[in-house]
Write a protein that binds this ligand. Structure first.
Ligand SMILES: CC(C)(COP(=O)(O)OP(=O)(O)OC[C@H]1O[C@@H](n2cnc3c(N)ncnc32)[C@H](O)[C@@H]1OP(=O)(O)O)[C@@H](O)C(=O)NCCC(=O)NCCS
Length: 196
């Protein structure tokens, strides 16, 4: 049976394996990754899909600023193991992620992705024309969904990370569990633009 549930600490290795299969190494070069690296996901907004207990899908949301004065979430990566794609699991993960973000009182979700896919969940590029990412991306793939009407009204400027910082593990990758500073409502750190 397919189950959508909160991600647990013990799911991290399976999630990373899944992302490697779905995206390959290119995932670390994505500009969206600049907003996630060294950060923890937004509280309560990491989900996995499991089949018989095995992780087959993942989605997480991250705290960002949509320009000065506009808090938002960044969604991604969303991935489903290739052999399970096309069975509605990505859709279930998206609906769960959106519902949970709404329940937690977030105002808007941003993502960089294919409008033909994310449009079915209400995402569009309508509210993102004055926002930009800290690195290369295609503007028409920068999409948003307002969870509260007007949440992105006047949103303009660089999208920056605002989430809690993750501790660095010995291999230099961010560890999933350790918080070294809580800055979720603090000032936006302007990330240094880097090539994707
Ligand atoms: C994108 C992804 C998460 C969708 O998960 P999924 O479980 O296969 O999705 P669902 O079964 O809920 O939905 C399948 C539908 O989405 C469509 N779809 C899938 N990827 C799409 C894309 N990139 N653009 C447009 N439509 C897409 C399928 O054609 C199918 O359409 P239908 O319902 O009209 O038949 C999955 O294909 C995946 O992990 N892909 C690799 C990673 C990736 O590219 N992720 C981000 C996408 S920008």
């Amino acid at each position: 049976m397919i189950v959508i549930r909160q991600e647990r600490k013990a799911d991290a290795a399976a999630r990373e394996f899944l992302l490697d299969r779905a995206y390959g190494d290119v995932r670390f070069a994505k500009t969206s990754q600049r907003l996630r690296e060294d950060r923890l996901p937004s509280t309560g907004l990491s989900f996995v899909a499991t089949d018989g207990g095995a992780v087959i899908g993942t989605v997480r949301l991250w705290d960002v600023s949509a320009g000065p004065g506009h808090a938002a979430l960044l969604l991604g990566p969303l991935a489903v193991l290739p052999e399970h794609q096309g069975a509605g699991i990505g859709g279930r993960l998206m609906k769960q992620a959106i519902a949970a973000a709404r329940m937690r009182g977030h105002g808007a979700i941003l993502l960089v992705g294919d409008a033909p896919y994310y449009g079915r969940f209400g995402f569009s590029a309508e509210k993102t024309s004055s926002l930009w990412m800290p690195g290369p991306y295609q503007q028409d793939r920068l999409l948003a969904l307002e969870l509260q009407a007007g949440a992105l009204e006047g949103a303009s400027g660089l999208i920056g990370p605002t989430g809690r910082r993750a501790a660095k593990s010995r291999d230099g990758l961010s560890g999933p569990g350790v918080v070294v500073a809580a800055v979720s409502n603090g000032p936006v750190n302007s990330p240094t633009p880097r090539a994707a």
